[in-house]
Design a protein around this ligand. Structure first.
Ligand code: ADP
Length: 174
C-alpha cells in the first residue's frame, strides 16, 4: 500500500513518527528555526552526536542536499535525520531545485536504511534560507509522492508546517 501523506500545523519536535527531519545548516550546530527547536529539545546529546558526525565524517560541513541520521533523546521520534537545504542567495539559477529534491530523497533513503516507516518533514529552506514556499512545496510533495510509490516500506509521511500560510500552500497540493 502507498504511504499516507498528511499535513500538520504544529511543532515538529512533538511528532511521534519514527523519524523527524531537521532543516539543518552544514555545521549541524544550533541555529534558529527548526534547527533551534530540535537542538533545544534534544540538548545536549543531539548536539554532541552532530559534532561527532561533522568532526569525523564531514569536517568541511555536510554538503547541501545530503542527509545524516542521529538518534533522538527524550522525545517521541526515535531518530532525527539532518539535511541541509539550499540557501536562496547562494544560487544564480535553478540548481537550488535539484539540491532541494536531493534533501527529500536522501532523507527518505536514510529512512529506508534504518527501517523507518513513518517520518515528519518541515518545510526545508523556506525559513532562514529564503527559498519561495510555492516552489519548495511542489518539490517536497512531488519528491515524496514519487518515492513512496516506489517504496511501500514507508507507511506515513507528515509535512509539519509552522504557520497557517505555509499550511495552506501545502494544502493546495495534497
Ligand atoms: P531553513 O534554514 O532550511 O530555511 P528554518 O528552520 O529557518 O529552515 O525554516 C524552515 C521552516 O520551518 C520555516 O517555514 C519555519 O517557519 C518552520 N519552523 C520553524 N520552527 C519549526 C518547528 N519547531 N516545527 C516545524 N516547523 C518549524
Amino acid at each position: 500500500m502507498v504511504a499516507t501523506i498528511i499535513l500538520i500545523l504544529w511543532d515538529i519536535t512533538t511528532q511521534n513518527t519514527d523519524a523527524i527531519v531537521n532543516a539543518a545548516n552544514s555545521t549541524l550546530l544550533w541555529w534558529w528555526g527548526v534547527d533551534g527547536a530540535i537542538h533545544r529539545a534534544g540538548w545536549p546529546m543531539i548536539l554532541q552526536a552532530c559534532q561527532n558526525i561533522t568532526r569525523i565524517e564531514y569536517p568541511k560541513g555536510l554538503p547541501t542536499g545530503e542527509a545524516v541520521a542521529t538518534v533522538w533523546w527524550n522525545l517521541p521520534a526515535k531518530r532525527v535525520i539532518h539535511t541541509v537545504g539550499p540557501r536562496f542567495s547562494d544560487y544564480k539559477n535553478d540548481d537550488r531545485k535539484d539540491d532541494l529534491f536531493h534533501c527529500y530523497e536522501n532523507s527518505l533513503k536514510i529512512a529506508l536504511d534504518h527501517g523507518i516507516k513513518t517520518i515528519s518533514f518541515p518545510s526545508i529552506s523556506t525559513g532562514a534560507y529564503g527559498c519561495p514556499i510555492e516552489e519548495c512545496s511542489k518539490i517536497a510533495v512531488e519528491t515524496v509522492r514519487g518515492f513512496v510509490e516506489l517504496y511501500p516500506e514507508i507507511e506515513e509521511v507528515r509535512f509539519v508546517l509552522f504557520s497557517n500560510k505555509d499550511y495552506w500552500v501545502y494544502q493546495k497540493l495534497i
